[in-house]
Write a protein of this length. Structure first.
Length: 52
């Protein structure tokens, strides 16, 4: 399941933040490894959950 959340800072409304969750199998089909993903989106912080 994918989810996109956007927000802004009340005192600085032009400064936005956001996060996006994407199923790892979808990303794996497009980007072979984390380095390629980070090269395409250099400003992201990549956090992977442990598989249960």
């Amino acid at each position: 399941m994918e989810m996109l959340v956007l927000g802004y800072f009340k005192n600085f409304p032009s400064e936005m933040w956001g996060f996006l969750t994407v199923a790892s199998d979808v990303l794996s089909e497009i980007y072979e490894n984390n380095e390629l993903l980070m090269a395409a989106f250099s400003s992201i912080e990549l956090i992977r959950r442990k598989q249960v």
